[in-house]
Design a protein around this ligand. Structure first.
Ligand code: SAH
Ligand code: SF4
Length: 383
């Protein structure tokens, strides 16, 4: 088996090139061809010496993920379903906005945390994605969109690790992927525009702050341990006070001077005024220790198996008002792409029925991917 070069950050690629008896700077040239130009064929990389190209053809490849489907929402959101083998599939979602293009990336097939309100959590854990499988989502989406929008400039300005999976439970594959997103020879994204979202894997938050500090979003969802235990089972291992203390420490190294707290609004479960007041008390104990944060309220995106309901707009607005009155910047997340099940927590990678997916994968492999036209609303969004 030859190496998939999407598996390496620049340092890893330099080591790989040295292993082929090449100078390290060759790795930089190669890295730029792959990530900045979207090239996969070594023969197209015209400034690489022929001898290097020949070696690469023997020892390496650049492999995209096969695409099982592409869906485009009325609002321009695009969702891709990628085949990662053995009946597993993962999703990435592109969300165009006036001033940015955001790609929501998956880190695992399924998820072991098992949050009650999350469709990915309900499907269980299948496996970690490799660095190449994480990066292939960005590599494909960026170069596909450039081609379709006929744009030579960067289309994706922000990456959020908010697709399927818990990124901090796939730490070793995550970090080289993040480094490649940030690298000036790779995607050159600002640390402030790459966000890791976590349900609260405390020790890995510490390591992330040391190894590759990027913007951090923490999925809170509850103002006390009893309720959070029932919604986010990982809370039993890393309870709220421990999690919030780690958030405070993270800020020392973070590129942004606040942590974003995500709070999924579940009717009658965590959305009442007393929950908001309790949340204010909890967070204020930690702001006294230096924690700075913003709240992002996410209207729950329902799916059948959850047995949960979305809070109504008035309840969400009242909850937001209590946080705002207490001095916290609070936003309510706009739902995007819900007509194609691309909204937060709806990403299930269609793995619910593995037999069916295996069959579909077999059928679709035979069909070349249709490069559909991106609607004009998407181009307009980028203007
Ligand atoms: N595992 C990470 C990142 C992926 S989930 C995490 O939990 O943070 C990304 C975000 O979507 C999280 O804030 C998560 O709580 C939220 N989410 C999950 N299911 C949802 C649903 N059904 N409706 C709305 N938001 C949901
Ligand atoms: Fe996993 Fe995040 Fe879903 Fe919880 S919300 S099950 S951590 S993907």
């Amino acid at each position: 088996m030859t190496a998939n070069l999407l598996d390496f950050d620049l340092e890893g690629l330099a080591v790989f090139c040295e292993g082929l008896g090449e100078k390290r700077f060759r790795a930089t040239q190669l890295f730029r061809w792959i990530h900045q130009r979207g090239m996969a064929q070594f023969d197209d990389m015209s400034d690489l010496a022929k001898s290097l190209r020949e070696k690469l053809k023997v020892h390496a490849h650049v492999a995209a993920l096969p695409i099982l489907s592409q869906q485009i929402s009325k609002d321009g959101t695009i969702k891709w379903l990628f085949d990662v083998g053995a009946g597993d599939a993962v999703e990435a979602v592109f969300i165009p906005e006036d001033d940015r293009g955001t790609l929501c990336v998956s880190s695992q097939a399924g998820c072991a945390v098992g949050c009650r309100f999350c469709s990915t959590g309900h499907q269980g854990f299948s496996r970690n994605l490799s660095t190449a499988e994480i990066l292939a989502q960005l590599w494909f989406a960026e170069h596909f969109l450039r081609k379709h929008l006929n744009q030579s400039e960067r289309v994706i300005s922000n990456v959020v690790m908010m697709g399927m999976g818990e990124p901090l439970q796939n730490y070793n594959a995550l970090v080289p992927a993040l480094k490649t997103m940030l690298d000036d020879h790779g995607y050159g994204l600002s640390r402030r525009r790459v966000t890791v979202s976590t349900s609260g894997v405390v020790p890995m938050m510490t390591r992330l702050s040391q190894d590759c500090p990027v913007a951090l979003a923490v999925s809170l969802h509850a103002p006390n341990d009893a309720l959070r235990d029932s919604l986010v089972p990982l809370n039993r291992k890393y309870p709220l006070d421990e999690l919030l203390a780690e958030c405070t420490l993270y800020l020392d190294k973070a590129p942004r001077d606040f942590i974003t707290f995500e709070y999924c609004m579940l009717q009658g479960v965590n959305d009442q005024p007393e929950h908001a007041h309790q949340l204010v008390q909890l967070i204020k104990r930690h702001t006294a220790q230096g924690l700075r944060c913003k709240f992002n309220l996410i209207p729950f995106n329902p799916f059948k198996a959850s047995g949960l309901l979305r809070s109504d707009d008035a309840t969400v607005a009242m909850f937001a008002e209590i946080l705002i009155q207490a001095g916290f910047v609070t936003t309510i997340r706009k739902t995007r792409g819900d007509d194609i099940d691309a909204a937060c927590g709806q990403l299930a990678g269609d793995v619910k029925d593995r037999t069916d997916v295996a069959q579909r994968i077999a059928q679709q492999r035979a069909v070349p991917v249709q490069w559909v036209n991106v609607p004009s609303s998407l181009s307009a969004g980028k203007a």
